[in-house]
Design a protein around this ligand. Structure first.
Ligand code: MLT
Ligand code: MN
Ligand code: ZN
Length: 310
């Protein structure tokens, strides 16, 4: 299996268009130790020919341009794309808007939970993806399925499972109390398996907490791409950017007793890669203490163009 990190930033990207935090100013200035990042997405393929997107970022057009494996192949046909499927993990802007880039009558399949499909179905702009060519397929939770689309079997299975989290920001219902009307299926993780090689990885770009169920699921996994939004829960407030904690946004932090570094210590995962990294995260500075702490804990910070082979 080949996994490519198309975009490693959280919603807004890095730098974010309207942000003058230390990180955004530094990366715009080309400072040493900073690299620009597009919004959150992976691509996966068993054979290097046909690919599935795991989330479709608003930056998808640029991501395709930067990734020769995703280019239209003139040897195949006049109109062609190696992208045969897109699998969505939530309804965030950073995870669904890239679908709009995949118009122009190209067949592929969209897979999402009932909750996320309802959002896509409710927004008429997504009808630019012709229903006859782009089926929208509901992923049942905890039920592995064969990944196929555009008339191609990708030779991979996908299992979607609910993780602790929150409904997309623009769907929050303030009157619904505690978790803003979030329900199971609003935020999911994916387990992608190549049955022929008996290899799997997990992709969980949004997660509020590693509860016992999730810990049990991830125990002993070979590779996990995981929510790296914030380093500390209150960093956006401390930097004066936004009056919200990570917990309020549905994102676990990297550091702290309840953070992901601590939670994964006991799980014996082979390779741990942070993705969906917010522009406020001090670990975006390769020379920071935060980055040193991540390195020391055995985590990698994913970057655009990173490739992992299993
Ligand atoms: C998130 O993951 O919390 C969202 O991407 C935030 C946003 O919509 O920018
Ligand atoms: Mn997001
Ligand atoms: Zn910023």
């Amino acid at each position: 299996m080949i996994i490519k990190v198309l975009g490693s930033a959280a919603g807004g990207g890095f730098p974010q268009w309207n942000c003058n935090c230390r990180n955004c100013v530094s990366v715009r200035a080309g400072a040493e130790g900073f690299r620009a990042r597009t919004q959150s997405s992976l691509a996966v393929s068993r054979d290097g020919v046909n690919w599935a997107l795991l989330n479709a970022s608003p930056d998808l057009r640029e991501q395709i341009a930067n990734t020769p494996a995703l280019h239209a192949d003139p040897r195949v046909c006049l109109r062609h794309s190696p992208i045969k499927a897109a699998v969505l993990t939530n309804g965030d802007v950073d995870h669904i808007i890239g679908l709009i880039n995949l118009r122009e009558a190209q067949p592929f399949s969209v897979f999402a939970s009932d909750r996320v499909l309802a959002t896509v179905n409710a927004n008429s702009v997504f009808q630019v993806l012709a229903p006859a060519l782009v089926p929208r397929i509901e992923m049942k939770l905890d039920t592995p399925f064969n990944l196929e689309g555009g008339g191609v079997d990708l030779g991979l299975t996908v299992e979607a499972f609910a993780v602790p989290g929150k409904v997309a920001l623009y769907l929050e219902d303030a009157s619904a109390g505690g978790n803003y009307g979030s329900r199971e299926g609003d935020t999911i993780g994916l387990k992608v398996t190549d049955p022929s090689e008996k290899k799997s990885f997990f992709y969980i770009p949004g997660c509020a907490e590693i509860d016992d169920e999730l810990a049990e699921r991830l125990k002993g996994a070979s590779t996990v791409f995981f929510d790296g939004t914030l380093f500390t829960d209150n960093e956006m407030i401390e930097q004066g950017l936004l009056n919200k904690t990570g917990a309020r946004m549905g994102h676990i932090s990297m550091s702290g007793p309840a953070g992901s570094i601590a939670a994964f210590k006991k799980l014996g995962v082979g390779r741990l890669v942070y993705v969906h990294i917010n522009n406020s995260n001090p670990a975006l500075d390769e020379n920071s203490d935060a980055r040193k702490a991540i390195d020391a804990a055995g985590w990698e910070v994913g970057y655009d163009g990173m490739e992992v082979r299993l």
